[in-house]
Ligand binder design. Structure first.
Ligand SMILES: [Zn+2]
Length: 488
């Protein structure tokens, strides 16, 4: 009874504190209010899928007062959501979006535990300003740079439970940060001040590192809370591990099979230069869109923008640790790329030979396409991806088998026949160089032959997974040691 009284008093205080906060009349209006609030307060993240358009010049803060205000506003919004909770899908979705804020503040607590969180709060907004086309908004870029020193002061006050491994990651990302910021396309003393503040933060981390005692793991209860309250998944953490294992094995097996099948096929050539690669993206995007329509896979509204690639400027290339170098918030989706080279990473090398695996995963019908469709959804509640999981799932299954291991192997676009006629279904997959999984593409041997195992019907899949799930739930032993290490 006392606890209930305290909760009610806290709620009354919260509602009073947000002065005149009226619960909106509908879930849709409440959702609009929630997302307007999130655009001001949601932590910046290196992930591009939950990225939001932010109000111009918004001042970001993780001071004690700002966090207290965030909690107050969250409580007020939660109270409104409960009043409107009618058991509908929309009410549950909004509840999940609110639970995500609680996850950030009280369970995952990156603002208390993770120094990379502050590297991101400082520099991801800068990156997000730099990916805007056709021109960078200079006043906005400067506003974000000027915010950096105070954010890092707050970081020092907040990181009371820092995890040493996370601090090491932050230190690595902040190496030569001054040199990177000096590449920025602005001349202003805020650049030097930001660099100074970041270097001071780096020194502070280095000094504190030996005494940091935070634990990386959140504990099982927190993961259960996330799965039930935020992800709305009916699984225990152990179930996810059990489900992931056969998925992983299926992908690795598919990649190995494709490499075997393409033994003896000529290696794919790199695009001669970046312009050839840009042109290939334009041509292939058109083909993918036509394919989706012609085969009745899904419709592509004529108003839908295009997924484009552009050469990456040096200042943006330098900030790769702080976010995805793309912008999917505009009419067209833009990804910045490096010139074709064998020195690039796994995906870069793949895309420098054939854009289609990347195009179908990230462009159409993948991330950019899904984000654009969602933003135009008539129901306000359903316009946002606040976790990249579902959208990555669409990219995974919608994509081609290109980077089979990382990008999925059920790829409906491939199985639907997108590449069968030109030059074959095996053509997009790793070539004969088993050690070089990035090389795949047109003209490989085996045109027209089926290679990948057909996806199992849903029920068969469930049957197959049942023993694994049962095993994972068994109390003795509950998990293998390596799995336990991942979770607890
Ligand atoms: Zn993805």
């Amino acid at each position: 009874m006392v606890e209930r009284g305290q909760r009610l008093r806290a709620l009354a205080l919260a509602l009073a504190a947000v002065g005149g906060f009226q619960c909106p009349a509908t879930l849709q209006e409440l959702s609009a209010k929630f997302w307007e609030w999130r655009a001001r307060t949601q932590p910046f993240s290196t992930d591009d899928i939950p990225r939001l358009e932010r109000p111009q010049g918004v001042r970001r803060s993780w001071s004690a007062a700002s966090v207290a205000q965030m909690r107050t506003e969250l409580a007020a919004l939660r109270s409104c959501q409960r009043k409107r909770a009618d058991g509908s899908v929309d009410a549950r979705l909004l509840g999940s979006a609110l639970s995500r804020v609680r996850w950030e503040l009280d369970l995952n607590r990156r603002w208390r535990r993770d120094p990379t969180f502050y590297a991101e709060q400082a520099l991801t907004p800068v990156l997000e300003a730099l990916v805007k086309t056709p021109a960078v908004d200079e006043p906005e870029l400067l506003s974000r740079l000027r915010n950096i020193p105070s954010l890092l002061d707050e970081a020092r006050a907040n990181l009371i439970d820092a995890v040493p491994a996370f601090a090491q990651l932050a230190l690595a990302s902040l190496q030569n940060i001054r040199g990177k910021l000096e590449l920025l396309p602005v001349k202003d003393d805020s650049v030097a001040k930001a660099a100074e503040a970041l270097e001071a933060f780096r020194d502070w981390l280095r000094e504190r590192l030996p005494s940091m005692k935070g634990r990386a793991s959140l504990g099982r209860a927190a993961y259960v809370d996330f799965l039930q309250g935020v992800a709305l998944l009916p699984f225990a953490p152990e179930d996810l591990l059990a489900l992931a294992k056969p998925e992983w094995e299926r992908c690795v097996a598919a990649e190995a099979l494709e490499q075997r099948r393409n033994q003896g096929a000529p290696a794919l050539r790199l695009f001669v230069n970046i312009q050839e690669q840009i042109d290939a993206y334009v041509r292939d995007e058109g083909e993918v869109r036509a394919f989706l329509e012609e085969r009745g896979v899904l419709t592509v509204p004529p108003s839908m923008g295009h997924y484009l690639v552009r050469p990456i400027p040096a200042y943006l290339d330098a900030l790769g640790d702080f976010g995805e170098q793309d912008d999917f918030l505009g009419h067209d989706g833009v990804r910045f790329i490096s010139p074709p080279s064998d020195q690039l990473g796994y995906f870069g090398r793949a895309n420098a030979r054939d854009p289609r695996p990347n195009l179908t995963h990230e462009g159409v019908p993948g991330h950019f396409f899904q984000l654009s469709l969602s933003r135009a959804h008539p129901d306000e509640v359903r316009r946002h991806y606040y976790d990249s999981g579902p959208n990555e799932g669409i990219g995974f299954y919608g994509g081609l088998p290109g980077a089979a291991r990382a990008d999925g192997c059920a790829h409906c676009a491939c199985r639907g026949g997108l590449v069968r006629h030109q030059p074959g279904p095996g053509d997009l997959v790793p070539d004969r160089q088993a050690a070089d999984p990035a090389a795949f593409g047109r003209g490989a041997a085996g045109a027209g032959r089926e290679v990948l195992p057909a996806p199992l019907p849903r029920r068969a899949l469930a049957e197959r997974q049942r023993p694994a799930l049962a095993l994972a739930r068994r109390a003795d032993p509950p998990l293998r040691p390596e799995a336990r290490g991942l979770l607890f």
